[in-house]
Design a protein around this ligand. Structure first.
Ligand code: 4AD
Ligand code: MG
Length: 477
């Protein structure tokens, strides 16, 4: 029986079999207490070994990290720390863990240290809670869209397009890098490459999702996304997961409404179904923050923050309004920003986003209608011919969590933008076709899955919410 299920049972001498890993063992010659965990829950079950029932040799083999099968009976606990415990009758040590060599000690390990111990990360309270919540959020994403009548669409990971403009790409090739075939003009001859043309790992499934939406009506992608930028920050991964819904017949405001409902739904799902893990992480966050200087601590605890997001509307402002606020803000006037804001056109840096979200409005905000120069070619141009129907959603501590837009559905305008931005029409012929036959108003957005997990778990480094992080100079395991 899984420990999660076991802990909900009332003890009355039932026979049970449990399997798990030893978190701690204490006791004396006559009696030992084992805290056993099987990953199903943050909580351990206490197993009691009465000494004279087991050989000294066997008891010695049981150390932190070893894996056991225990047959015993479920009894009310004699201690007051837990309501029930398992009185062991038979123990099978499957895998010992040499106490001298076992890397995890009962003391607290740094997250950096644990990142190097990929095989044991999952056995810690913090990471098991994070990865159970990652699962919860994955499930909530599919559940939400299914209930809304969206169809899940698997867009390609290998793509022949490198013009989406979302970021630097990783090239995919089977050519011999030591001996590259050249054509008559001296360039690399990609007709000899595996796909007969140059290919990359995708930076976004959006363009393909648009094709799906313009037939299926409402689709969403949920897949790995790759960006070869050299950004070594606590919010960037080279391989991350993105959820990209795309809605036919919807304008920007319907798209923002959907995004807000979606994020709240996912958070609520975790609160309703994974309260134990969230409580653990709530305490963890406040313990961690107690070590910080007062001004660096968050104003709200983790659970409080999640509840706050559920209960409050996201604030919606335009880019121009945001710029005015930033321009007249204290840090701008006192030249505290690294990048000073002097007016319309400036790209918002994370210091500006954080000021707006954490200092000025103290809640999630949606910024719309950015200057066309700093946004992608496919966003619908406004009447002013200066701004586009873009939206970014910014969260406290995280910054940008969602980016989206209403799409330019008018073929002539789209082509104009592509020429302005030097994007090759020939390469995107298949995308342009959608604007020739039955084009319609449509919108979509992309949610960075790991950034959502960071928000829900309170983890401060994006490397700690993905099982095997890929970042510049690091693709271990
Ligand atoms: O803003 P981005 O680049 O938008 C797109 O890719 C659009 N095609 C989405 C769409 O409209 N369908 O990325 C969307 C989100 C960001 O808001 C951020 O949360 C996340 O993806 N993201 C990253 N997360 C982790 N590591 C990175 N390097 C990320 N780059 C973007
Ligand atoms: Mg963006």
């Amino acid at each position: 029986m899984k420990i999660k299920k076991l802990l909900k049972i009332e003890a009355s001498d039932q026979s049970v079999t449990i399997k798990g890993w030893v978190r701690t063992k204490r006791g004396s010659k006559n009696i030992s207490f084992i805290a056993l965990n099987d990953g199903s829950t943050i909580n351990n079950i206490q197993v009691v070994l009465e000494g004279n029932n087991f050989s000294e040799d066997l008891v010695k083999q049981i150390t932190t990290g070893s894996s056991l099968i225990i047959e015993g009976i479920l009894v009310p606990s004699k201690g007051n720390k837990q309501p029930i415990e398992v009185l062991a009758k038979k123990i099978n040590v499957l895998g010992g863990a040499d106490a001298e060599q076992y890397p995890l000690q009962p003391k607290k390990h740094s997250l950096e240290f644990l990142r190097e111990k990929a095989h044991l990360r999952f056995r810690t309270n913090t990471f098991s809670a994070v990865f159970r919540l990652r699962h919860a959020l994955t499930f909530a994403v599919h559940k939400f869209f299914n209930e809304k009548g969206f169809f899940s669409l698997h867009t390609p990971i290998i793509t022949g397009t490198d013009a989406e403009g979302a970021g630097e790409m990783f090239q995919v090739t089977t050519l011999n890098l030591e001996d590259l075939p050249k054509n008559k003009t001296g360039n690399i001859d990609f007709t000899n490459d595996f796909f007969g043309s140059k290919t990359n790992l995708t930076v976004s499934g959006q363009l393909e999702a648009e094709l799906g939406a313009l037939g299926l009506g409402q689709v969403y992608t949920f897949g790995p996304t790759f960006r070869a930028e050299n950004s070594n920050t606590s919010r960037h991964l080279s391989e991350f997961w993105m959820i990209e819904p795309e809605l036919a017949f919807a304008d920007l405001h319907e798209c923002i409404d959907l995004a807000e409902e979606f994020v709240k739904y996912c958070i609520k799902y975790c609160i309703d179904h994974y309260a134990d893990d969230l409580q653990f992480l709530n305490k963890r966050m406040s313990d961690e923050e107690a070590k910080l200087k007062k001004e660096d601590r968050s104003e709200m605890g983790l659970l409080e923050r999640l509840q706050f997001v559920l209960e409050n509307d996201f604030l919606r402002i335009t880019y121009s309004e945001a710029i005015d606020i930033l321009k007249n803000s204290k840090p701008n006037k006192k030249k505290k920003f690294k990048y000073l804001i002097d007016g319309f056109g400036a790209d918002l840096q994370s210091e500006h986003e954080r000021y707006l979200v954490e200092k000025k409005f103290k809640r999630p905000i949606v910024i719309t209608d950015y200057p066309k120069e700093i946004k992608a070619f496919y966003m619908r141009i406004n009447e002013d011919n200066k701004t586009v129907r873009a939206m970014d959603i910014l969260f406290p501590e995280i910054g940008e969590i969602i980016g989206g837009s209403q799409r330019e559905e008018r073929l002539d305008k789209l082509k104009e933008r592509m020429t302005e931005m030097d994007i090759c029409e020939k390469e995107l012929w298949w995308y342009l076709e959608t604007r020739k036959f039955g084009t319609c108003q449509h919108s979509g957005f992309g949610l960075g899955f790991e950034r959502l997990i960071m928000f829900v778990t309170g983890m401060k480094n994006i490397r700690d919410v993905i099982p095997f992080p890929r970042t510049p100079q690091n693709a271990n395991f």
